[in-house]
Ligand binder design. Sequence first.
Ligand code: ADP
Length: 500
Amino acid sequence: MNNLPELPFDKLKAILDSLPGGVYVFQNDNVLFFNKVFCDLVGFPEEEVRNNNLDDLLDLTPNGRANARKIYQQVQAGELEEFKWDNPVVRPDGKKVVLRGNVRRFQCADGFGVMITLQDITRRRNAENEAAEQARLFRLIGENSSDFIYVHDRKNRLSYVSPAVKNIAGYAPEEWGQAVPQWVVEGPLMDHAREATDLAVRTGEKQPAYTVEIKRKDGSSGWLEVNETPYLKDGEVSGIIGVARDITDRINHEEKLQALNEKLEIRNRALTHANQEMEAFIYTVSHDLKAPLVTLHGMTDRLILKSADKLDDKGKHYLERISVNVSRLEDLVLDLLKLSRIGRIEDAHENFEIAEILRESIDESGETISRFALEIVADQEIGLTHYSRKRLRQVFTNLIINAAKYSDPQRKALLTVAATEETERWHIEMRDNGRGIDPKFHEKIFQAFQRPGSYKTDEGTGIGLAVVKRIIEFNHGEVWVSSEPGIGSVFNFTIPKAIN
Ligand code: ADP
């Protein structure tokens, strides 16, 4: 600098005028020079800058003015080489800005003056404030979250751990130590966790949450679910923000639930097994009873036919009672056999028209229908199902016979059969105008041998509806009744639609 030619003041002025920053030069109380940018920065027109005091232009407080004066004197005298300040300033138009001033000694034509260079740092200051505010918020979130939050860089160097770690692991944040704290249990889970973190750092993509096991300071075990998000700086992964949640209760709960489920499953299997044994037993018993009963029936009939007149009236009466009860026993055994056969034997399933089977069932029940003078109005257009013909016929027949048997002698018996097509199944509705069923028996009548609403004179063994329920449920359908005593009953059931 020293060997450069000294510039005349007017040349220097021209240079200072073209600077992007504000410049203001004074000596004692005399303003020697200021540029246009300075006027813009303080917000005063040139005229006023010339005629006003610098302290007024910079909106200084009384205290600030006293300090400034002292500093200007020291700088001008060469006692202070340089002085810097950042000052909030309210401009005459009310706008608030932050100005950064730099005060230096300035050599003038006659002695030394002071030069202030000025910069508008409002934006920079706002950005700094915003960053500080965000950091404050981040800390606030960290400090108030029940999950604990941590931040580490690409090389696992930790820069933040929130205090909740103390509640969760028993260790304070400063006890964290190295990258992976010593209280995280090593093993396959931790290996997987490391892989996930590496991948997140390498790809910048958030990985699915992982679980790790921890050993707390008090020796107890716990589980954490960890969500890690890579954070970027200038487009590159700078590190990881992790949120760890204590899921010990959930894991314990799940373990308990699983143990309970396993127990339940074992019990279920035992129950199914017992059921199967029971059914096999019923089947064998009813099957084995059938033959001697048929013989007994035959022998009683022959006895009545051939030898009844050899007996006196009492003997005849006993023989008749034996015959009635043998028949009844035979019916019971045959029904029991029917019931135990459902599901034991795989029924052949095929596609067929429901209306066709309904007609066959009506034919099959002809005798009972005419005995009770039952009129049947049936939908003739019920479409295709995939079912066992034999079983569906059994369902219809049992329900038709019941509609006849339990009709009301006071009025003409009527049964209406209708079908509704649903997405995957048919809903069949069989509505009679019979004697109806007390709502308290609506469930019970579907159990074997339950005949709560029947009279002594009604024929039957109480197995018909149990057979219906069993067939329908074996084929994943539903069956239910709605009924009003004295008005009639509606038996509903569902069966699957045909499959292509
Ligand atoms: P059963 O007809 O041999 O008694 P079910 O299992 O078919 O056996 O019927 C059980 C009971 O349900 C019957 O005893 C009767 O009380 C009642 N019930 C069944 N169907 C009807 C109906 N359509 N109307 C009134 N009651 C009925």
